[in-house]
Design a protein around this ligand. Sequence first.
Ligand code: SF4
Length: 109
Amino acid sequence: MTLSPAFPCNQCGACCRLVSLAQETQFLDRGDGACRHYDDQNRLCTIYDTRPIVCQVDKQFLLNYQQTYSWQEFINVNRIACLELEKYPLTLNSAYNVHCERQAPITKE
Ligand code: SF4
């Protein structure tokens, strides 16, 4: 099933750099708060095609949240989390130089 619209990921990498902040992703922590599969240089996931379901917003929705939220509501909730992560100080690993583009504010349908 293809969900529409696509999740508006701006590929800032904040969720991959801050896996230690969420209980669901702490198992990915390489020791400095970032995911052990995150490529710091290229700012990409090195296991993208086989990344855990917790990293696949579409599958997470279909498996665990479609009884609770509409797809658009799930996008909105996750975008709020994205914006919070993007604001998070990069003190966990100051070597990162991440550019996070701000998107339009989320409005509830
Ligand atoms: S597995 Fe990939 S997508 Fe998931 S947090 Fe790690 S780097 Fe990011």
